[in-house]
Design a protein around this ligand. Sequence first.
Ligand code: BG6
Ligand code: MG
Length: 215
Amino acid sequence: MKIKACIFDLDGVIVDTAKYHFMAWKRLADELNIPFTENDNEQLKGVSRTTSLEIILRKGNKVYSDTEKQAMAMKKNEWYLVYCSTINETEILPGIKPFLDALKVNHILIGLGSASKNALLILDKLNLTSYFDAIVDGNKITEAKPNPMVFLKAATELNVEPMEAIVFEDAEAGVEAAIRGGFYAIGIGDPEILGKANLVLRSTNEIGMELLNLN
Ligand code: BG6
Ligand code: MG
């Protein structure tokens, strides 16, 4: 099957915002006296803001009202946006920009499939928005990864079938979403965590046009 599109997760694939998400969640967890490590953070990658908060609160032993939880999620996002305020093109992960250029030259469609409600803001800061033929973010979906909705919606907007598209993901939940949706999933990161992917690359440095001939 000829690959017609590449669909990218944002946080941890295009830019290393995963570290800022972690810093902000860690700050909240510390305030609440809930133990939270980088290892725990793996479960938060790719999932929505509200689900992330639920996962953290489950590690503590207190019950909070919906109003308290909303305030916590808002506070985390305010911190996250402060950490992201200085992001610019220099923080695009290695290999991504040349790959996007090569996709454009070869008329391969480019999509975004991100759980983040801040995706547009981050893409703008990176000066990458104009590369994307379809952008599906956390504001456009009702079901979060590992549900495939975000990628299926991107494929529909790009007018391609899932089997004609590659999904690039750094999160376990994201890889699962891509596989469930019928896409060719390329994991970026630790093969032990992303083992369900069709292929795992250690870093975005290894991404190149040859990947389009693999499936
Ligand atoms: C995902 C991140 O891309 O977006 C998660 O991997 C994050 O860590 C989620 O929680 C939601 O992001 P935001 O920006 O809407 O809080
Ligand atoms: Mg990610």
